[in-house]
Design a protein around this ligand. Structure first.
Ligand SMILES: Nc1ncnc2c1ncn2[C@@H]1O[C@H](COP(=O)(O)OP(=O)(O)OP(=O)(O)O)[C@@H](O)[C@H]1O
Length: 627
């Protein structure tokens, strides 16, 4: 297991929402405390100096504490002999103050190290979660992934900043106390050791359950976040269907699970503390009785007994720290496993490909003479390998040409866009940009050539300016004005208080559907892409804006290649070429008149509601209802 260092790829298939690994894998995992400590120790990489200094300070503080009983013993014995004891008492006070000062400095360093570890983990997780392979977002729930960055790392901070050092210092101080007790009175030490051993056996038997309960609790917290995100993300649907109570009950169920697991954890942890305390009190009683009998029988001095009792008390604190830390480590492992699993999810490879990646593709076809901006050659693909979605798509989009992609709902049009955008890789066939295979160029280079306005018209919380200049944050004002004019957004900017600096709500909730669509279009145009992909660009537009957009598309096609998924004749008719997709295949291509004359499917589409001028598609109508 890696110590918080993200592996490039890793197991992810067959995972569930609750836990990304299968139960078998989890069972195979080394659940011993030693393995857990080693794993969590790995997290402190980069903070070892601070950890060493903090440990040294804590130890120094404890050593000062250990000296105090010896001084107290001298003071008691000296007082018994009628000698002056105030210098010894002053020394005792100084030792006490020094212990407190050094201890707090060590504690601060530890807390800072814990924060540092959490920051490192969070940065790693955020970087990773933004770059996962697209399939992983289909497999996992966003809320659960988010809770790994927030709740799980917070629990880990406690473990790293407290448990690991408590384990080291607690063990060393306890060992020191044991040595001094052995020197003072081996018999009494044996009696103390026997009592403590009983408590240790009890604690060990509880650890496994503690870890499982903690894992379950963290999973439940993740599920709460995921379900809440689901409900908040579809709030209009929840409200319209009066499902607040149902959603609250569903999330309440998850909260209850988290509560149950939390109570189970607390139960186990609370059995551990009294076990340790009972062992301690038992040791004290034994030491008092046996030691007292020996002092009264003149077999030992009162000073020895006082010192031994003080050491016994010094053994108690570090030992209970050790037991507590062991419990905390097991609880932290539950959180760590979830963080580690997220860190191991496979990420997209965006750079140029490695040589071995190519055999997935057929031999590269010869580069066409005119090198179209985009070409697909016999592309085949399935989200699920057993269920092909595309089974032979071939077409090209020349530079400064407008190509429309039409086909019945579910034909695979959006899937073609997803492949062109590099969200998925074709199972077979080739996607070429300017005659060069996408696999050879790498995702970054392909994406630099394109801009996409998809059905979801993503608009994020922030200002209108931030949304429009998302691809080119330092775009000159003149460029911004150009795209505002092209996307017919000037009126919106004039109307919004603050204009371009007006803040748009979460997911663009303060804008209309058409406005969101035009913001997305302006953003795409600002990037001046070589190839613009528009998915149902007129779906939210009224007749005036639709006519305007048709004009805009003509203008855009003067600058770049344009591939449009369209359901309206108005956007299809003006295309230079129309590609008809049916059941995952490109079955015909031509201009509107040619296809009307020769392709029965296109004729059907054109005469059916789907491509009737101005009429929304059935599918789109459904989506609107859900908006
Ligand atoms: N992320 C996904 N995982 C699994 N299957 C998917 C995914 N996205 C789409 N599909 C399936 O792929 C098929 C093609 O979907 P796609 O969205 O490409 O069709 P489309 O032609 O764009 O349809 P529409 O016109 O209705 O938008 C559908 O059967 C759909 O259920």
């Amino acid at each position: 297991m890696s110590g918080g260092v993200a592996a490039d790829t890793g197991p992810a298939a067959g995972s569930t929402v609750a836990g990304l690994r299968s139960d078998d894998e989890a069972a195979d995992e080394d659940r011993s405390t030693r393995a857990a400590v080693a794993t969590l120790y790995g997290l402190t990489a980069g903070h070892r100096t601070a950890a060493a200094v903090a440990t040294a300070l804590t130890l120094a503080g404890s050593a000062l504490g250990l000296v105090q009983p010896l001084v107290a013993r001298h003071a008691v014995d000296a007082s018994g002999r009628g000698q002056v004891i105030w210098p010894l008492l002053a020394l005792l006070g100084a030792l006490f103050l020094a212990e407190a000062a050094i201890g707090s400095a060590g504690r601060f360093l530890l807390e800072r190290m814990g924060e540092g570890v959490v920051r490192q983990l969070r940065l790693g997780l955020v970087g990773r979660l933004l770059r996962l392979e697209m399939r992983e977002y289909d497999r996992h729930r966003n809320g659960d992934l988010i809770s790994r960055v927030t709740a799980d790392t917070t629990l880990l901070r406690e473990v790293v900043s407290q448990a690991l050092v408590d384990l080291v210092t607690g063990s060393l101080v306890a060992a020191g106390a044991v040595i001094l007790m052995a020197w003072l009175d081996p018999l009494l030490l044996l009696l103390v050791a026997l009592t403590v051993a009983v408590a240790a056996a009890l604690v060990t038997s509880l650890l496994q359950g503690l870890r499982k309960a903690s894992e379950h609790m963290q999973e439940s917290v993740g599920a709460v976040a995921a379900d809440l995100e689901r409900a908040l993300g579809a709030l209009p649907m929840v409200r319209v269907h009066r499902a607040e109570d149902r959603e609250a009950a569903r999330i309440g169920g998850r909260v209850q699970e988290a509560y149950d697991a939390g109570v189970r954890t607390a139960k186990l942890a609370s059995v551990m503390s009294p076990a340790v305390e009972l062992a301690v009190q038992g040791s004290f009683l034994i030491v008092l009785v046996v030691g007292g009998l020996r002092v009264s029988g003149h077999a030992g001095s009162l000073g020895d007994l006082v010192a031994f009792l003080l050491y016994a008390s010094y053994l108690v604190l570090p030992l209970s720290c050790v037991f507590h830390a062991v419990g905390l480590v097991q609880r932290g492992m539950g959180a760590y496993l979830r963080v580690d699993q997220a860190l191991r999810l496979p990420v997209e490879h965006t750079g140029p490909p490695v040589a071995q990646a190519r055999p997935r593709h057929r031999p590269v076809p010869s580069v066409p003479a005119d090198r179209p901006a985009l070409a697909l050659h016999d592309v085949r693909f399935g989200y699920d390998p057993d269920r092909p979605v595309l089974s032979g798509v071939t077409f090209a989009v020349p530079h400064r040409r407008h190509v429309a992609l039409v086909g019945p709902s579910g034909a695979g049009k959006s899937t073609v866009f997803a492949l062109v955008a590099g969200f998925y890789e074709p199972d077979a066939g080739t996607v070429l940009f300017d005659g060069r295979p996408a696999a050879e160029l790498g995702r970054d280079a392909c994406r630099r050539r394109i801009a996409v306005v998809d059905q979801n018209t993503h608009v994020v919380h922030g200002t209108l300016r931030e949304n429009i200049t998302y691809a080119v944050p330092d775009a000159p004002a003149a460029e911004v004005r150009r795209v505002l004019a092209l996307a017919r957004l000037e009126e919106l900017v004039d109307r919004l208080p603050g204009g371009l600096d007006a803040v748009i709500g979460e997911r663009g909730s303060t804008l209309s559907g058409g406005e969101r669509q035009r913001v997305a279009l302006a953003r795409a145009l600002l990037a001046r892409p070589a190839l613009l992909l528009l998915d149902e660009p007129t779906s939210h537009l009224d007749a005036i804006n639709e006519a305007a957009l048709t004009g805009v598309m003509k203008e855009i096609a003067q600058e770049c290649a344009l591939l449009v998924i369209a359901h309206r004749l108005s956007t299809v008719q003006h295309a230079d070429r129309i590609v008809v997709l049916h059941e995952g295949r490109s079955v015909a291509a031509g201009d509107h008149e040619e296809l009307l004359a020769h392709n029965p499917l296109y004729r059907d589409l054109a005469t059916s509601q789907m491509l009737r001028p101005g009429a929304p598609s059935t599918d789109r109508a459904g989506r609107r209802a859900n908006d």
